[in-house]
Design a protein around this ligand. Structure first.
Ligand code: GLU
Length: 553
C-alpha cells in the first residue's frame, strides 16, 4: 500500500501550508442573497476582440444586475505566450465600453481586493498546497512520461474511441513509491496528474445557465494538473481560483464546454462546492443566408479597434450588444428611453444558445439613434477626440471656430423627432461639408418639378429678398412669396389637385434653394443652415448656382 503522505512530502518538500490555511484566508464574501460574483479572466496573449468584449460584458452585467462583484484575474500560466502590455490594453479597451472591475487587476497593474493575488503566476504556492493535498488523498500522482512516451501513446490509441492518458494507458498511475523515488533520483522531470475517478459507464449532468441541461460522459482522463515547472494548467487553476475567489458564475466562451465534466470532477476531488457555468456562444454573422462565426481573417468588425477607427461611440456598441444579448432589451428601451443602460435587468437565461447574430447594419441603426439623442456639445467632444486621431482634416475645420462647429452639429438636434444622419464620427466630414466653403462641393442636380429655368427665376428673386436677420417665419414667408411670380403655388395640396396649372410648389422652390446652398436635395433644417452660413456665403453660392443654370438652360 502506497504511503501517500510520504509521496506528498517527497514531491512538495517546501509546501508547508494545507488547504485549510487558504480556506480561512479567503472566507466567503459578505454579499446579499442572490448577488453574483463573476470575472473576466484574460490570458495576456493577445488583444481584445469583440467576442472577448461580448463575453466579458455578459459577466459584467450579470454581476451588476444582482449587486454582485465583477473582478479581473490574469491567467498568465502560459509564460511562453505572454505578450507584454496585453492586459493593460485589454483593460483599457474594456474601459472605453464602460466596463471597469471593482476588484482584481486594475489598469495600472495594481491589485485590489481581499482575494489577492489575482495574477496566476503569483499563486504558485496556493496551487501546490492543493496539489499536495490531492496527492495525500491518493487523487493525484507524478507522471514521468516524456514527450516521446506520449507520442507513442498517441500511435497506440489510433483506433481507440477515447484518447488520452487514462486507465491502462496511464503508465505512471500505478508506480510504486520506490519507482517514483528512483525516477526522482535520476533527475527526471514530472508533471502531476489527476487520478481520475471517472467511470466510463457514468454520465455527468449539469445545467448551463445559457445552454440549459447538458449530459456528457464523465471525464476519464488523468489530466495534467501541474506542468513540469510546477505551474498549473488552466483546468486546475480555474477550479482553485474560482473556488477561493468565490466566483458564483463562471461565464466564458463555449469552447470550454467540453471541459465541464473534468472541471466538475476537479471540484469534487478538491472538496469544493461547484460553481454555476454559463457558456457564451461565439458571435455569428449571416452571409448568403448562412450563419457562420465571425472570423478574425474575414471580418474587420471582429476587432474592437474597428469601432474606434470608424468612430462608433462606445455607447452605441454597448447598446447594440445588449440588443443581441437579451431579446427583451429593445422593448425595455422603448419604455425606458433615457434610463442608464446598467439599470436594464440583464438575464443570462435570455441569451442565444447558438450564438448571437452580429449585424453591422443593425449596429449602424442603433448608433444613429444613440447619436441623435446626444447633445451637440457631446457630439462635438467625442467626434473631436476621434478626429484628433483619425481625421486631421475634420479636426482642422473644427478648430477654426469651435462655437460654429457646435452650432452646425446642433442643427435639428433636440427636436421631438431628431434626424438620424450620423451613425459614426467618420460620417461627419461629409455631413457637415457644405457648412464650410473649403469642403463644400457644388452639385446642381435638381429633383421633383424643379428645372434649371425655374431655378434661375427662383434664385434671382431669392437673392434679392434674403436677409440673414429674418426669423424662421419671415424667411419661410419670403419663400412662399416667391412661388406665385415664378408660376408655382405655395400650397402643396393645391398643386396636387391641379398639377397642370403650376410649374411646381413651395417644396420645389425650397429644393432649388437647398441645392444651390448645400449641393444636396436632403439636409436638416434649411433655415438654420442659411442663418449659420451667413450673408456672404449664401450670396456667393446663389450667384454661382445662377451662373451654372444660365449656362445649362
Ligand atoms: N484564460 C481563459 C481564456 O482566456 C479564460 C477562460 C475562463 O474565463 O475561464 O480563455
Amino acid at each position: 500500500m502506497m504511503n501517500y503522505n510520504e509521496l506528498a512530502d517527497l514531491l512538495f518538500p517546501n509546501i508547508d501550508k494545507a488547504p485549510d490555511y487558504y480556506e480561512e484566508l479567503y472566507p466567503e464574501r459578505n454579499l446579499k442573497e442572490g448577488a453574483r460574483v463573476t470575472r473576466f479572466a484574460p490570458s495576456p496573449t493577445g488583444f481584445l476582440h469583440l467576442g472577448n468584449l461580448f463575453t466579458c460584458s455578459v459577466a459584467y452585467k450579470t454581476a451588476k444586475a444582482s449587486d454582485g462583484v465583477f473582478y479581473v484575474r490574469v491567467e498568465d500560466t502560459d509564460q511562453k505566450r505572454k505578450v507584454e502590455g496585453a492586459v493593460e490594453i485589454m483593460l483599457e479597451g474594456l474601459k472605453t465600453f464602460g466596463i471597469t472591475a471593482q476588484e482584481g487587476v486594475m489598469i495600472d497593474g495594481s491589485q485590489k481586493g481581499d482575494y489577492a493575488p489575482y495574477i496566476q503566476s503569483e499563486r504558485k504556492e496556493i496551487y501546490q498546497a492543493y496539489a499536495k493535498s490531492l496527492v495525500k488523498q491518493g487523487l493525484a500522482y507524478p507522471c514521468f512520461c516524456s514527450a516521446e512516451d506520449l507520442e507513442e501513446l498517441r500511435v497506440q490509441q489510433e483506433n481507440e474511441d477515447t484518447k488520452g492518458y487514462y486507465g491502462k494507458y496511464a503508465k505512471c498511475r500505478n508506480l510504486s513509491l520506490d519507482d517514483i523515488k528512483e525516477n526522482l533520483s535520476q533527475g527526471k522531470t514530472w508533471t502531476l496528474r489527476l487520478k481520475s475517478p471517472g467511470d466510463p459507464d457514468k454520465k455527468c449532468f449539469f445545467d448551463d445557465m445559457i445552454k440549459g441541461k447538458i449530459e456528457m460522459p464523465e471525464n476519464l482522463i488523468d489530466v495534467v494538473l501541474l506542468k513540469t515547472d510546477g505551474i498549473p494548467t488552466y483546468h486546475f487553476a480555474h477550479a482553485i481560483d474560482d473556488h477561493l475567489m468565490h466566483t458564483t458564475h463562471v461565464i466564458r466562451g463555449d469552447e470550454w464546454i467540453a471541459s465541464v465534466p473534468l472541471h466538475l470532477q476537479l471540484f469534487r476531488c478538491l472538496g469544493f462546492k461547484p460553481v454555476k457555468y454559463a457558456h457564451v456562444a461565439p458571435l455569428m454573422k449571416e452571409e448568403n443566408g448562412n450563419k457562420r462565426k465571425l472570423s478574425k481573417r474575414k471580418d474587420p468588425e471582429l476587432a474592437v479597434t474597428y469601432y474606434k477607427q470608424e468612430g462608433f461611440p462606445s455607447e452605441a456598441v454597448n447598446e447594440y450588444m445588449l440588443t443581441i444579448m437579451n431579446s427583451n432589451f429593445e422593448d425595455w428601451r422603448r419604455v425606458n428611453k433615457d434610463a442608464d443602460i446598467d439599470s436594464f435587468p440583464f438575464n443570462l437565461k435570455k441569451m442565444s444558445v447558438s450564438g448571437a447574430l452580429f449585424d453591422l447594419v443593425k449596429l449602424t441603426d442603433v448608433s444613429k439613434n444613440v447619436i441623435s439623442t446626444m447633445s451637440a456639445e457631446k457630439v462635438f467632444e467625442l467626434s473631436s477626440q476621434w478626429a484628433e486621431e483619425f481625421c486631421p482634416s475634420l479636426k482642422a475645420l473644427y478648430d477654426k471656430d469651435i462655437a460654429y462647429a457646435i452650432k452646425v452639429l446642433n442643427i435639428d438636434r433636440g427636436n421631438k423627432k431628431p434626424r438620424k444622419d450620423i451613425a459614426k464620427w467618420s460620417d461627419i466630414p461629409d455631413y457637415i461639408s457644405y457648412m464650410y466653403d473649403e469642403a463644400f462641393k457644388a452639385d446642381y442636380e435638381l429633383t421633383g418639378n424643379a428645372t434649371p429655368q425655374l431655378a434661375l427665376e427662383v434664385l434671382r428673386l431669392y437673392k434679392d429678398i434674403f436677409d440673414v436677420n429674418d426669423d424662421k417665419d419671415t424667411w419661410f414667408g419670403k419663400i412662399k412669396d416667391i412661388c406665385e411670380p415664378v408660376g408655382c403655388t405655395p400650397n402643396v395640396k393645391e398643386f396636387k389637385q391641379n398639377p397642370d396649372s403650376y410649374k411646381g410648389h413651395v417644396g420645389d422652390v425650397s429644393t432649388i434653394i437647398r441645392v444651390a446652398l448645400t449641393g444636396r436635395t436632403n439636409t436638416p433644417d434649411l433655415f438654420s443652415i442659411t442663418a449659420l452660413l451667413g450673408t456672404d456665403i449664401v450670396n456667393d453660392r446663389i450667384e454661382k448656382a445662377i451662373k451654372h443654370y444660365e449656362e445649362v438652360k
